[in-house]
Design a protein around this ligand. Sequence first.
Ligand code: PXL
Length: 290
Amino acid sequence: MTLASTAAQSPAAAPAVVLTIAGSEATGGAGAQADLKTFQELGVFGIANLTCIVSFDPKDSWNHRFVPVDQQVIADQLEATTAAYSAVAGAPSVPGRPVLDTVKIGMLGSPATIGTVATALEAGAFRNVVLDPVLICKGQEPGHALDTDQALKAKILPLATFVTPNHFEAESLSGLAITDVESLKAAAIRIHELSGAAVLAKGGVRLAGPDAVDVYYDGETLEVLSAPKVGEAAVSGAGCSLAAAVTAELAKGATPLEAARTAKEFVTAGIRNRVASGAPFDALWQGGGR
Ligand code: PXL
């Protein structure tokens, strides 16, 4: 049967529409590329509004070359996207047109971009704001941009409904040292108290033991999500894909806890079937669960 005749017989249901506000990571492992691949794999219509372009430098130990997108261009992208899909507060919904009510925030990279994005989020009508609080990329030194970290905490964290900090980010946001599952739980609880958001705090390969352990907390339910570690090496795109998978599932109507569970399975399959890379980290394969 041809595609055309399939479509004629049974038009597919309109997919949920989701937006990622994120940076491009040129090698395709992380950032907006990982988000879009995750969205496609999980059956939602993905949109990326770019905040910056990161190109690792193979001549300089694969350090990050970071170029911000012009603030006006970021604002223009957000204006176009929110107008196209009725995601502006007070905008009437149009019958038959999906409403964009679920957004993921990835790398913002500067206090100026954080201000631009916060303004758009405040003007928008988003039911789900999933924040991957990218304070640091794999291989970078912690604390390289304290002003950016502080602006993210002050302006974006309070707008988030779901937040997915990794080990370093969970320590930074909670102010707690995380050495084991118990301290990861304490950090997740603290970050929920600070933000009001559902929290999926990731231990990943940073905590000792045979399992990659994450902690979910939403103010009522505390759940430890655990899967056998796939090696001890970090994989590029794991954090981006986890948050993007949460975003896709929320947009499709999952509860936050269901979204967290599905996202953990999605990322585990993607790490198991990762793509070998000459960059310092292999890349998660979003098709790994097929
Ligand atoms: O994995 C964090 C991350 C997110 N977004 C972009 C990145 C990185 C890490 O390199 O480059 C654009």
